[in-house]
Design a protein around this ligand. Sequence first.
Ligand SMILES: [Zn+2]
Length: 337
Amino acid sequence: MSISSPATREPILPWHRAAWQQLQAALRQRRLPHALLFCGIRGLGKRHLAEQFSQALLCTSPGPEGLACGECRSCHLVLAGSHPDRVVLGPDPAGKSEEIRVDVIRELIEDSSLTAHAGGYRVTLIDPADHMNLSAANSLLKTLEEPVADTLLILITAQPMRLPATLRSRCQHLLLHPPDEGSAVPWLQQQGLGVAEALLVLRLAGGAPLAGLALAQGEHLSQREDAFKGFLGARSRSADLVRIAEAWAKLDAGLLLSWLASWLHDLAVLQVGDGEARLTNPDKGAQLSPLSREIHPTELQRILGLVLRLLRLKDTSANWQMALEALLIDWAVAGQH
Ligand SMILES: [Zn+2]
């Protein structure tokens, strides 16, 4: 499902409703700020909301909820990605660096000194805003000190603290929260997921529905399943630890370690008797439960410490497979005294 750029006519996502109403009220009362900072964890659809709102601002006949009509000339231009009063900035897809550089911001500033081409609003989206380097951010700050009427800048970021405090303080913040499971699971079901799978991917994605949906659609779950077999299998006497390490070494290191950390964390949750309701991996409760009784909590913490250490070493390790083998050897005998 492509839910972000280019702007679409999709309905407002249920967990965006309050934010949408807040934006619409500000627009009606003519107190829309010059700069908005959309923040919240990855996978909540911050970009989608920014796209929808910017299209609505430019639309010449918005509908009852303030949504863009999708049919006027302005909407056609937005949908084609060629509206002169709507600019989307991000890292150069062809560039080596993920940085948003100062020349891109300077170009934007020179361009925005002109008034809107169509006589209405002029909107700029910067996503992810935390990818601006310091000189780009400083350059942008200057424009916010002398804002032009009817211009709106939307900065989008999952990591607002990476932006200079001076820039953050010039923006009105709009923080998106993950919806509760009671409303996110039915939404995922509407996208075609079963209830158990919906709950699982939602937990794995830290509560972010779009990130959860992406997990369900990719190879993530099958890779996680294989890695989990190795995690359990390593505890049996006949385990071939070298083969498990070999398979693990082929996986994305950050992903593998985040799974390992979450399984170990769930073992600790089961040890303190919180039950399966609070597990990050609700599908693994039945298999983790007996294991949680086998391993001493101190040992569990020690292994978790080793996983976190590997997380710091993953990009510099000379022999990753051997590092994983060493972890597996520790894990295989953990708690067996
Ligand atoms: Zn329209």
